[in-house]
Design a protein around this ligand. Structure first.
Ligand code: ATP
Ligand code: MG
Length: 398
């Protein structure tokens, strides 16, 4: 038992020896009951942040006003003082955080029964709200009155759906009904947080569950994009592997002219937008029949795998390209990047005795395509000969 979270237990032991209470809490306890490894371990205590800081030589302040201190041992453990939260006037942040001395109050402010349990160092489970039973029944249930809890913090509605996608649990009826009637409050959640939750859904094992609930709870009504079409296509589809693919697959459902503005609305980064563009491009080529060698050169393996998987699973296309085949074809290309080409724009200007201009890009592109297709060897003399012929340069200076 004591080896489960050795670093967290060291923290708890030290706090207890100094006369405080301390427990493992939240997601780690949930995952312990589920019998799976937790992502991270949080400790809750009745010691104030300053009291915690005095006990440990190496701590980092991350949110002392919210009661959180990171204790650095071999791992970094988040230690949060028992607290309650009051008056959520903007549906997303408590106006005040009050440190409290009772564990019960701390657990009561947590979102779902499965996340509102604590475990003592001697293995005692503190479960005031039936979290263990809800885990056994695979149910996500708000602690207390769901409508009040979602009105306090609208992010919890998205978290409920995200957990359903991760765990394949269903939403308890009142919890679901509260989301359905308060869905509009999600507009108060910052887009950064919305994005994090959507992306967590996309890399969940049960994406279909998450999408279904996102639409049926009406949360999706508050956001632009063809969510319903997306949901319908996603039925039974498991994780997209990475978050950028989630955006790409979402983008495929949108009217092409709207893709850019929709991605900007969701605060996608330039890298994400570029990935989406590439996947859309690769898919378009695939829909024409098959990929050319140049397509294998031009698109990254990640993009090709994403486009092939999309075409196979969602468009029911017969696609021969497995991940292995894509890797094999890419490995056999004469070059894998334009950087490997042995001539550059300066050489072309020298040879043609012409000034810089768009012609250089065109010529380099031609050279690239020919090399990739095996029609030109990536060798300086060969490229030069081809260039002089192609561009009718008579003053040969080899
Ligand atoms: P994960 O495995 O995704 O980290 P988690 O349950 O640990 O899941 P965190 O976001 O790390 O989730 O939060 C830790 C704990 O803090 C939760 O288990 C829950 O008890 C509480 N919590 C987090 N966010 C909220 C919120 N918006 N409202 C109420 N309680 C919350
Ligand atoms: Mg966590």
């Amino acid at each position: 038992m004591k080896t489960r979270w050795p670093e967290a237990y060291k923290v708890i032991e030290k706090l207890e020896n100094a006369g405080f209470e301390a427990y493992v809490v939240g997601g780690a306890v949930r995952d312990f009951i589920r019998n799976v490894d937790a992502n991270d371990v949080d400790v809750t205590t009745n010691a104030t942040p300053n009291e915690v800081k005095q006990l440990f030589p190496h701590t980092i302040d991350v949110g002392i006003e919210h009661g959180t201190v990171l204790v650095v041992l071999n791992e970094t453990i988040e230690v949060t003082t028992f607290r309650s939260e009051t008056n959520y006037s903007d549906y997303r942040r408590p106006d005040a955080v009050t440190f409290v001395r009772s564990l019960h109050e701390d657990l009561q402010r947590r979102d779902f029964t499965m996340n509102a349990m604590a475990l003592s160092k001697s293995d005692e489970l503190i479960d005031y709200f039936g979290g263990r039973e809800d885990i056994e029944n695979k149910i996500i249930k708000a602690v207390g009155d769901p409508a009040q809890r979602f009105a306090e913090d609208a992010l919890r509605m998205l978290r409920a759906i995200r957990f359903s996608a991760q765990l394949s649990y269903s939403l308890e009826q009142e919890t679901m009904e509260a989301i359905q009637s308060l869905h509009h409050l999600v507009a108060h959640v910052s887009m950064e947080r919305v994005k994090v939750e959507l992306e967590k859904i996309w890399i969940s094992d049960f994406v279909g569950n998450g999408m279904h609930l996102f639409v049926s709870s009406h949360l999706a009504d508050n956001f632009p994009g063809e969510w319903e079409t997306f949901r319908n296509c996603w039925k039974g589809f498991s994780s997209f592997g990475n978050t950028a693919n989630g955006w790409a697959f979402f983008a495929i459902m949108q009217a092409p002219a709207e893709v850019e503005s929709i991605l900007s609305y969701y605060k996608c980064s330039n890298a994400e937008k570029a990935h989406v563009k590439q996947v859309l491009g690769a898919l378009k080529q695939l829909e024409k029949g098959c990929w050319s060698l140049y397509n294998f050169f031009q698109f990254t393996e990640e993009v090709l795998v994403a486009a092939a998987s999309y075409a196979k699973q969602l468009l029911n296309m017969e696609v021969i390209y497995t991940e292995e085949l894509i890797q094999q074809i890419k490995a056999r290309l004469p070059i894998s990047s334009t950087k490997e080409i042995v001539v550059n724009g300066n050489d072309l200007m020298d040879w043609a005795k012409k000034k810089r201009g768009p012609w250089i890009r065109d010529a380099m592109e031609k050279i690239t395509v020919m090399i990739v297709n095996g029609k030109l060897v990536n060798d300086r003399t060969e490229i030069m000969e081809w260039f002089f012929q192609e561009y009718n340069v008579d003053d040969l200076q080899i």
